[in-house]
Structure formats: structure tokens, C-alpha cells
Design a protein around this ligand. Sequence first.
Ligand code: MRU
Length: 369
Amino acid sequence: MKVGNKHYQSIWLDESDPSIVRVIDQQKLPFYFETKELRSVDDVFCAIDEMTVRGAPLIGATAAFGIYLATLEINSLTDVPDHLSNAARYLISCRPTAVNLSWAVNYVLEKLNKGHSSGLLSEKALAAALEICEKEKENCRQIGTYGLELIESISKKKNGEQVNILTHCNAGWLACIDYGTATAPIYLAHEKGIPVHVWVDETRPRNQGSKLTAWELGQNGIPYTLITDNTGGYLMQQKMVDIVIVGSDRTTRKGDVANKIGTYLKALAAYDNNIPFYAALPSTSIDFGISDGLKEIEIEKRDPEEVTNITGYADGKIQSVRICPENTLAANYGFDITPARLITGLITEKGICKATEQDIKKMFSDKFS
Ligand code: MRU
């Protein structure tokens, strides 16, 4: 998507040096637009762990490039299968909730398990990582097209009046490769001249909404209003929200959705106010091997300091300030589970389906064994 007048993806191979993977440093946004070089498996692990890159599809693509960088570390003394499986285990251990991480690493390993020479291994690994990027871009384009129909039908019902969309966290192009998931229909609607406005949840504790979603929408001229995470329920009661669209880090075969902490509370409020609630996700974010989200999805617990402190910009620099008494005990769960019963539908690259096993199976029959 556009940054200023230039088109950017969230990750790309350095044009002049194929041993360097470049990413947008999302820890610096919206205050600085900087890119970061990833040159090793360790660089990739740190970028995912410290959330220089984040968002399920981008975490997957970055880890795929991590396996590629691992092949560049191979020399004549390397035990190749050992080296690659160690790199894979290390990368997959980085963050537990987004299924794209293990999906992408295993996708690349499968491409390599064909006994290629070490030189060819890098070529194959790079091709697989780039393929994942192209596939995810296409997935998001399709999600945009199907999601657009929802916005168009609300716009029609409102006789062309502004459609108000609430979103939580950042499920935009920064979290994917391009276009985004939850944001893709919004970008397409805006492009088509349909009046839209986005309620952007700040999304404590790391504020992906106020920092990343607000920045993305602003760069692309889309009207938005920043709100605290506790405001959405009131806006829904006041009929100021027409539809909620969020992303997903891991969706089960029965339609339970794991997404940024706070999503479940938005789904409850939407359900109570009869407002359509959609999760937009590529099939790479569906874990077809599990059913019960509450029992089977591991929820990431992160550093409590992300809760006791808040990071922002002041006096010309990015800085962290404490927002509670010293030595305050804090809990920092990164995600929650929205049960399928609260979800109106899933917007996927193959179309919109109900959050039921039957409907997901109909849409992705090849994934069901
Ligand atoms: O902790 P994050 O920033 O990686 O969490 C991101 C989200 O919860 C997104 O909504 C999700 O990954 C979908 S991104 C298309």
C-alpha cells in the first residue's frame, strides 16, 4: 500500500543483496518510517519476538525467509537436516498463538525435503518464501473483494450514507504483505468512492490500533476516529457502528477465532446490539487440526512491563513511561478467543462463510481429512 507516494510491502528481499531481507520497523511507527535488515535466523527471531514485525500473515512470511537465511548459513561442515530442523524449531518457538508461523516454516521445509544440493536449497527456500508472499497478497486481495460486498450492501441500506466500521488491533497491510485482511475491504470501498469511516481501537497494551492502523488509514486518506478499547460497546448501543471487522491469528475448524486481546469483548457487545461481527482471515490462519479454541489454542503471555508502561513519542524521541505505582503486579495476555457462536461470518480468500465446521468444510474441503 502507499506510504507517501511510494508503494510498499511490509517485507521484501533487498534489491542489491539477496542475503538481506528488509522489513518495515513497526516498533518505530508512526513516529519514524524506517526499514530494518534481517541477515540471519537470529535477526528473524528477534524481529518477530520484539514485534518489529507482527500480525499473523507477516509473522509467517518472515519466518519463511528465516529458513531461507538458515540455508545461507550452510557450509561444507554443516549437518544440513539438523541445521534446518534446529532453525525451524527455534523460529516456531518465538510466538505461540499465530498459526501462520508454524504453517509457513513447515511449508518451506517441505519444499526442501527433496534432497536438493545445498546451493539449490537456498534457491528453493527463497522461491518458497516469495511464493508465500505472493499467495498472501492474493489472499488479501480476494478477502477485500468479498468483504467489499458487505460494505456495499450496508451502504445501499443507508442510501449511500457513510458506513461506520469498527476494528481492533492492526489487521492491515502492515500485518500481512499488502492490502491487509480486515482493512482490505475498507481500502477497496474507499477506492470505489463508497463513504466509509473507521472506529480504531487503540488496542492496549502495545497500541497497534493507535500506532499502526491509524497510520495506515491516514496514509491512504481514509477517515478514522481513534477510540479507547472500552468505547466500542457504547458506540454500538448508540447505533454508531454498522459492522465490526477484525483479523485472526488462529481460527479452528469449528470457527472459534483467536485474535488480539479485547476482540472477544467487542464480539459480545456486537452480539448484544445485533451488529454484524466478521473475522477476515486467509486460510493460512485456519488451524484445521483443532476444534475447540478455548481448550486447544495457546494464548501468548508477554512481558508485564508492556502493561505497566506505555510507549509513545515526546521530546523528540520514542520513550516508555510507567502508568502505575512502582512494583505493580501486571498480567499481559496477548490474545483471546471469540467463540464461533458470536461470529456472523468469516471473510476468506474463497468467500464469506459461517463460523461453523460444516460451512468451513464446504469452503476448504481439501483441508479436511
Ligand atoms: O500481537 P500482534 O500485533 O501480532 O497481533 C496481531 C493481531 O491480533 C491481528 O489481528 C492478527 O494477527 C491478524 S493480522 C492480519
